[in-house]
Design a protein around this ligand. Structure first.
Ligand SMILES: C[S@@+](CC[C@H](N)C(=O)[O-])C[C@H]1O[C@@H](n2cnc3c(N)ncnc32)[C@H](O)[C@@H]1O
Length: 290
């Protein structure tokens, strides 16, 4: 008789791990975008990328037909519409698109912007329908496998007219940062929530899984202590936001671009044309559909 039969616990452990990973990826794609007003507040000082995408669209010609993948609240969409381009603003999250819809209505750009709730791996547009596809601010880092990434690159290629361009930016993997203590609290910052007006403490930590290349970031929001008192993280956070980011290495970008049928025109750093080896934050790519 075989005495070494697996116990029920041992048999189900891989399933539980897979289910937990799924749960984290699901939360890591949604949580950060459920409070769209807070998202806009947190990134209100990020403007270099807006200038980059505006300049690119302007250089390509007037009245470009643009598809933005992961358009969010319209941080980039709205300036492009203001410049006279027609933008299809695709995003998976209705909360983000609702803010975008309010902005374009208020600013009178409803004719020029089409919000589209969809998945960037399966774009409901016709072949060759647009001149320019953009995926700004790490949107592609929400595609967690090479199959998902390739599906998205192929969709970008399909919906572009011949000669059209695909431009995107993703974080440059920082191996030292990825190995930071996953239990410490970093970037501890006191702020006032833009809608509720609560005074809160923002802090983060992260755990990197080198097997999947996904970095699981936890963003904590806690009640702030009275002014002058030191913040001590409570055992249970007031709100915990999970953010999952697939690290995409430069050689993966080159491979995805080529496999989807694009020419890579440039892969540089930080929106100022610096060589990638000097990049501190972003890999900035521009490709052409031959
Ligand atoms: C970091 S935000 C960028 C938003 C906007 N482009 C900006 O620059 O502020 C990433 C966006 O991608 C969206 N997203 C994530 N996965 C997606 C998917 N598979 N399909 C469509 N949108 C997705 C999120 O909902 C989120 O709005």
């Amino acid at each position: 008789m075989n005495r070494r039969r697996a116990s029920p616990t041992a048999r189900t452990r891989p399933d539980r791990r897979a289910a937990e990973r799924e749960r984290l990826l699901e939360a890591g794609t949604r949580d950060h975008y459920e409070d769209a007003a807070l998202y806009d507040y947190e990134y209100s000082d990020r403007t270099t990328d807006i200038r980059h995408y505006r300049k690119l669209a302007r250089q390509l010609g007037e009245g470009q037909r643009v598809l933005e993948l992961g358009a969010g609240t319209g941080r980039i969409t709205v300036p492009l519409a203001r410049d006279g381009h027609d933008v299809i603003a695709l995003d998976a999250m209705p909360e983000m698109l609702a803010v975008l819809q309010r902005s374009i209505t208020r600013l009178g750009f409803a004719e020029r912007v089409r919000p589209l709730q969809a998945d960037m791996r399966d774009v409901p547009l016709r072949d060759g329908e647009v001149d320019l596809v953009i995926a700004p601010f790490n949107a592609l880092m929400h595609l967690y496998t090479w199959q998902d990434l390739l599906a998205c690159f192929r969709e970008a290629h399909r919906v572009l007219r011949p000669g059209g361009r695909f431009a995107f930016d993703v974080q440059i993997p920082d191996l030292e940062w990825l190995r930071w203590d996953p239990e410490a609290r970093h970037a501890v910052t006191r702020f006032v929530h833009p809608v509720t007006r609560e005074t809160l403490i923002y802090s983060t930590n992260h755990r990197y899984d080198p097997q999947t290349q996904v970095c699981h970031i936890r963003i904590f929001y806690d009640d702030a202590p009275p002014a002058g008192r030191r913040f001590v993280p409570p055992a249970k956070p007031k709100r915990l936001v999970h953010l999952a980011h697939r690290q995409i290495f430069p050689e993966e970008i080159r491979m995805l671009v080529a496999t989807a049928g694009f020419e890579l025109d440039s892969l540089t750093g930080d929106f100022d044309d610096r060589p990638l080896r000097d990049a501190k934050d972003s890999q900035v790519a521009l490709c052409s559909r031959a």
